[in-house]
Design a protein around this ligand. Structure first.
Ligand code: ARG
Length: 566
């Protein structure tokens, strides 16, 4: 791939001993307008080193630089060295590469032989799969695809919240007020009702809490009735979750949730004891983390039951032994930052140097316009409802605007779901935001449907042209400003993916594909494609195809489909 910044940095390096290629590259900017060239290198830093004015340095560099075939002209402008790149060369390299690599374009094998675990989605059994889970679900899926595109062997784990004292409560509630048919008909809503009722009643009758604890202990000891009920709650909940995963087309390699570690925690407690890390504190067992500036990690409650943290410790050790990961990434909300700090700190204290490979990728909270979400108060927006409404609304729009589009149900699904996913991946992860139906279902501006529409537009142009599209075209015809802008964006695809990967920020890929769609639409409006001049037509069609392919590849990394008509 031509990396013009790299080419320019290498050229400059010949005259600048005092900086590394990397340092030079970081300084390179894009000038505010085209007349000033494609790239600019500021000489202000060098002024101190060379003890000359930036203007003089820029002039000297511009005069003496040895150019390569990728750069056509160099000028100096007020302390900057400005570069004009060879547009034909750019067109030739980019078009050839995209049209020959096709769906492989953007990929690399930098991660070959290395394993990355992505722990994501992980909803809690018998609780709603709500809008608060969308971020971990789509960010995690995108990270998996992004790592995989760079050759990593990824393992997708759904660390289901399927264990803990709440199951004791649920069993008590079900035995008191439950109805089998009602649960089967509407598992999560019914189980949630039981859970809420338990809390209401337990406020008046605190002894119910003891009963719930007793049932959880039974479950931990493998009591037949407890296990059967728990298994049923789990199966019914999973059925509901699966409907959402099907809509999103998301798969997992493992559903080993918290319960999977129920028989692996004694070993952790034992190991902590052996290593002298476990201390008693008011009847509970903790690991002191004062030297890490963290509050103590609670490992075992006074009734001997273990906690979420203990299960994560067991899971971490199990995963290291089973997968020997290079990195284990946890896509979990920012409310759990402390939890992960404590968990990683305990692993470090246990003497495992792979604590460094455990990465918490936090994200901001989703609030509702009515206030924070509260499952207990019934203030919750179900993810499935959001996706289905988005599909319905899309269907209405398509029927109105393009009734001949073809398989309308399929397109509505791809565009409706794509709209929701794209919006979740549009912001930097860490920002909190307020969920709004209006914004999610708006297709104006920088949205998923806008990008998908650009893809469908490329497909429509190709259909209409009815020509064989090849990379064998006259590249001089793609040297205009609008075409060069598109090519320059396409050229940065791999770099954007790698950056998104290093920062665990899929929104960098979202930004990339929006930039590409915008550059292409400008080209489309300014430069007619299906012209009489056959060479010009073929050259522009090659650019259309390179754009189409790159949009498809980019959306795929985000977990979004690219319909050919809409
Ligand atoms: N079930 C948890 C929740 O809903 C998320 C689990 C995240 N993964 C983990 N290994 N702790 O908050």
């Amino acid at each position: 791939m031509v990396d013009f910044k790299e080419v320019i940095s290498e050229c400059l390096k010949q005259m600048i001993d005092e900086m590394t290629i990397e340092e030079i590259k970081l300084l390179i900017e894009v000038p505010p307008n085209k007349e000033m060239g494609d790239y600019a290198f500021p000489c202000f830093k060098l002024a101190k080193i060379f003890r000359k004015s930036p203007n003089m340095i820029a002039e000297e560099i511009a005069k003496n630089l040895l150019l390569t075939e990728d750069i056509t002209k160099v000028i100096n402008l007020g302390g900057y060295v400005n570069f004009f790149v060879n547009k034909e060369q750019l067109a030739k390299k980019v078009i050839n590469q995209v049209l020959s690599e096709k769906s492989e374009y953007g990929k690399s094998d930098m991660g070959k032989g290395k394993k990355v675990i992505v722990d994501f989605s992980s909803p809690n059994i018998a609780k709603p799969f709500h809008i608060g889970h969308i971020r971990t679900t789509v960010i995690g899926n995108a990270l998996h695809k992004i790592y995989e595109s760079q050759g990593y062997d990824t393992v997708r784990i759904n660390h289901l919240g399927d264990y803990g004292t709440q199951f004791g409560k649920l069993i008590v509630a079900y035995k008191l007020w439950g109805n089998k048919e009602a649960v089967e008909e509407n598992p999560i809503k019914e189980l949630l009702k039981l859970y809420v009722k338990f809390h209401d009643e337990a406020e008046l009758k605190p002894e119910m809490e003891d009963e719930a604890r007793a049932w959880f202990t039974k479950l931990e000891h493998g009591d037949h009735e407890a296990k059967e009920l728990w298994q049923w709650f789990r199966d019914e909940s999973l059925k509901e979750f699966q409907r959402v995963y099907d809509l999103l087309e998301i798969d997992f390699d493992s559903f080993a949730g918290e319960s999977f570690y129920s028989d692996k925690m004694d070993a952790v407690v034992e190991e902590l004891t052996k290593k002298g890390l476990l201390v008693e504190s008011q009847g509970t067992m903790i690991v002191d983390l004062e030297d890490e500036n963290l509050p103590p990690a609670l490992i075992q409650k006074n009734d001997g039951s273990t906690l979420y943290l203990t299960r994560d410790l067991a899971a971490g050790i199990y995963r290291k032994n089973t997968y020997d990961f290079e990195k284990c990434i946890y896509v979990v909300g920012s409310q759990q930052i402390l939890h992960f700090q404590q968990y990683f700190a305990v692993i470090k204290k246990m003497g495992y140097d792979w604590y460094k490979d455990l990465i918490h990728v936090p994200f901001g909270m989703v609030a509702l316009e009515e206030g924070t979400m509260s499952t207990r108060k019934g203030r919750v927006v179900f993810l499935e409802d959001v996706l289905n409404q988005a599909i319905e609304k899309t269907k209405e729009i398509i029927i109105e605007k393009n009734p001949e589009a073809g398989d309308i149900d399929q397109i509505a699904k791809e565009v409706g779901v794509g709209a929701v996913v794209f919006q979740e991946l549009s912001n930097s992860r860490i920002k909190d935001y307020t969920f709004s139906w209006d914004r999610t279902l708006s297709f104006e501006g920088e949205t998923g449907p806008y990008v998908q529409y650009t893809h469908a537009r490329c497909c429509a142009v190709k259909r209409k042209a009815n020509e064989e599209v090849t990379a064998n075209v006259n590249y001089d015809l793609l040297a205009d400003e609008d075409a060069s802008e598109v090519l320059k964006v396409i050229e940065t695809f791999n770099k954007s993916i790698v950056l998104a990967m290093t920062k665990n920020e899929p929104h960098i890929v979202t930004r990339f594909v929006l930039d590409l769609a915008q550059a292409f639409n400008k080209f489309y409006h300014n430069r007619p494609i299906l012209v009489d001049d056959k060479d010009l037509k073929l050259a522009r069609l090659a650019l259309v195809e390179a754009t189409r392919q790159t949009i498809e590849n980019a959306l795929k990394l985000l977990g979004i489909n690219s319909p050919t008509k809409m």
